[in-house]
Design a protein around this ligand. Sequence first.
Ligand code: ADP
Ligand code: MG
Length: 586
Amino acid sequence: MSDLINILPDSVANQIAAGEVVDRPASAVKELLENAMDAGATQIDLVVKDAGRTLLQVVDNGCGMSDTDARLCFERHATSKIHRADDLFAIHTMGFRGEALASIAAIAQVELRTKLSDAELGTEVRIEGSKVVSQQPTACTNGTSIAVKNLFFNVPARRNFLKKDSVELSHIEEVFRRITLIHYDIGFTFTSNGKLLYDLKAGSMLQRIAQTYGESYRQRLFNMEEQTDIVRIKGFVGKPEYARRTRGEQYLFVNGRFIKHPALSAAVEKAYADMIPEHTFPPYFIGLQVDPSRIDINIHPTKTEVKFIDDHALFAILRSAVKKAIGQFTLATELEFNTPAELNFAPAPKGYIPEEPKIKYNPEYNPFERPRPKQRTLTEMFEQPLERIPVAPPPMDEPVKRVSGNECLQFQERYIVTTLSSGIAVIDQHRAHERILYDRLMNGEASGPHSQTLLFPINCQFSAADAELFSELSSDLKEFGFGIEAVGQRSFVVTATPPDMNENELQPFFDQLLTDYKGATMQKFNNRSQSLCASLARQLAIRYGQVLTQEEMQQMIADLFASPMADTDPSGHRIITIIHPETLLK
Ligand code: ADP
Ligand code: MG
């Protein structure tokens, strides 16, 4: 019998490890940017070609490496950051496993140039599929440049698995933002296919956010700051009115590292309770500083999870810090902030039958006002049964049109309830409005003369990938009454909008539109203009939480029933439920 066990050659082991560390160009970018930061760089430049497929290069002005280190750094478990096991509990650097460069060199052609600041000459190392091809002295500037060419050149399965360039590029952009948003004291540039996409100067966090997302963000955010024994918090949270229907710009960082932590995110969102419409999410950029020995960062390099020893305390501190930040600027929250943060409801006694939910009639309506955060009063919380709810008297100077026996009620600021000959109709207000707007848009009723020119054109900025999509869509948007001109790579100036649009809401409106548009499946919508109409209708339709007057409800019902497709909204959701008399009899 011969022996069966082999020790895998390093090149093979590295290639296997590479599969874990580097699954797409964006993860190589993350490792290289982190190394540059660990090297103490103050300026870091990222260059990619073909979304990193053919080239990704990071140039830094950090400490550089000696000739020996320049070769050693590609060995597995080669790291300058950990010497003893104890070091693992006091990590202040981004990397420490000594695996990234070995992995990248296993699956690409890498050119490293590096020079220590007190050295005359630098060194250049070329390595390909883990094999050193050459090493020679070279004249270069202080710091390090690593060029990774033809990633996955020897792993066709991985290469073929890559998504199209726009997708890979947006992954790289996200990695770039997760690093640059919190390392605002370092200058970064990002160039893709020769285009300079980001030129971020070292500065404050707010400057960094504004450089990344556009100057308008300065007005959208509240500053927050908190210091306790276990954590220092510093960051910016969105004003409630900038909450959006997707979790877009939500960034939590711990000790300079982007993390995902559902409980902490929930703490932030809870601070907004009742101030933002349901199913909307506020933007936030929050940096936490905690003692490294009190956290457990999952040491898998591609993971972003962490565990905190003090997670309950942290949760409470974070929530109240966010509340305070919002509360300082909105009187309503301030009041709430001074009262116990949560009402504790005792469990219901046995045999308790919960009361019917309320039906409410609301006398105020302004169709173009965004739902404002509401404070729930105690009386609202312990609602009276239906019969005892007083119906607000109509304002005296306004004759109220009533179709007798056909009055509408608004229920939970979400449904319109009315009677039909066949039964009681419960109509979803948002979906109904969406259907009405969609029909109008499809019939071209919103185009042409229905456009308002803005007194002051509004500037909108997008991520590189979104900007490309937006410029594609802008010709369609023009048909809906938008006036849009491109200025620069990622900026557009909006000169006109369809009537009734709030110009301050344009950027979030377009962001959401792009999200919706990207998510709309083309099977549902036969063509682009249909899908665009659907996104626009969804955006412009009144929201849940919007209070409607009797007249508005009547108008909405009339408009809805004029549609040949009154049953469903453009994406096929049911709008009307009818409760038939037989059901009631039962
Ligand atoms: P780790 O970052 O986990 O230590 P890496 O494989 O990413 O492992 O890097 C290996 C080592 O190479 C680092 O510990 C560091 O000493 C050196 N190194 C890598 N990139 C740079 C850089 N940009 N500047 C200076 N040294 C670097
Ligand atoms: Mg590293």
